[in-house]
Design a protein around this ligand. Structure first.
Ligand code: UDP
Ligand code: MG
Length: 320
């Protein structure tokens, strides 16, 4: 796609009716002050509230705002991907709709980009207004992931970042469906730099990332960037057989050299439950990978767009 503006800002939105106007106003204020040409790409990820209607209103009065309206909810990472696919800027910024990532940081990101960096990622030094549970799970998740992968994914970074056009193109060429964008950017390489910031409280509304979506994102991250869990079965199997073998020798020796015979229905049940548990868990690990291979093999498009506004060319909806 021909680059027509300097900066594209991609904002995924799922049921964000309470924040859109403020986010739009804040972003516009910051971007106008930079004196760069820019566009705002708002992606409506199948919201069930008035998100689309509000964005349509903004699009009508500001041609720099573009709307990508999804056919249904495809998820945050896919929404961001679609925004990047449709962004035309020489640099692309990804930012959440809820103002947890401060737009005021964008000028600093731009400055670092001008200095020659291809990726400027926001690194959270603190997180405000988020539950203890979220902070702790996030902290451990990033560290486990780092230990499991050979790709150097920076810890405590979200998707708030600026990317050069070439990085954006590289990512757009990666059509995998389990997407963990911060990992994919790390994988891509180029000149990257972190920019530290304090993550604010959500401006309004509540999180659109319930536990279910968080677990899914973590599993996508791990399965996309590591095959270590697959090797777990082999390692555990080997250790357990070794332990079983040693115990067998102990029992035989007991039988030959002493009068005691090892009795115990309870211990048998416990051991049997334990090992069946391990076996099934490992099957679950296999399932996570196989399910993803299956999803990938269907080769369906990553997302479906119901309508586009303010993009060049005709509207997707032939009735309009
Ligand atoms: N989001 C989305 N689709 C979803 C869930 C979330 O586009 O299925 C968007 C949401 O509107 C927001 C961003 O992703 O702009 C991050 O979501 P949220 O702020 O709820 O996550 P948290 O900050 O709590 O991790
Ligand atoms: Mg948020």
């Amino acid at each position: 796609m021909a680059a027509v503006v300097t900066l594209s800002v991609v904002v995924p939105m799922y049921n964000e009716e309470e924040v859109i106007e403020t986010t739009y106003a804040k972003l516009t204020e910051v971007l106008e002050a930079t004196d760069e040409s820019y566009e705002l790409v708002f992606v409506n990820d199948g919201s069930r509230d008035r998100t689309a209607a509000i964005v349509r209103g903004i699009c009508a009065r500001d041609a720099r705002v573009k709307l990508l309206d999804f056919a249904r909810n495809f998820g945050h990472q896919i929404a961001v991907t679609a925004g990047m696919d449709h962004a035309s800027g020489r640099a692309v910024v990804l930012i959440d709709a809820d103002l947890q990532d401060p737009p005021a940081l964008i000028p600093q990101m731009l400055a670092l980009w001008r200095e020659g960096y291809d990726v400027v990622y926001g690194k959270r030094i603190s997180r405000q207004g988020e539950t203890w549970f979220k902070k702790t799970t996030a902290k451990w998740f990033y560290r486990t992931l780092a230990a499991m992968t050979s790709v150097n994914i920076p810890v405590d970074t979200g998707d708030f970042r600026l990317m050069d056009r070439k990085v954006c193109d590289a990512l757009s060429g990666m059509r995998e469906r389990s997407r963990f964008i911060r990992g994919m950017v790390a994988w891509a390489g180029y000149r990257q730099i972190g920019l530290e910031y304090a993550r604010e409280e959500r401006f309004a509304g509540e999180t659109k990332y319930p536990l279910r979506k968080m677990v899914r994102l973590s599993l996508d991250a791990i399965t996309s960037f590591s095959t270590k869990p697959l090797k777990l079965a082999g390692i555990l199997g080997f250790l357990l057989s070794a332990a079983g073998f040693i115990y067998l020798i102990v029992v035989i020796c007991q039988r030959i050299f002493t009068d005691t015979t090892t009795a115990g229905w309870t211990s048998l049940i416990v051991i049997s439950l334990f090992f069946h548990g391990i076996t099934l868990s490992l099957l679950g690990v296999l399932g996570e990978y196989i399910g993803r291979i299956y999803e990938e093999s269907k080769r369906r498009p990553l997302y479906l767009v119901a309508d586009k506004l303010n993009f060049e060319g005709a509207s997707e909806d032939s009735r309009e």
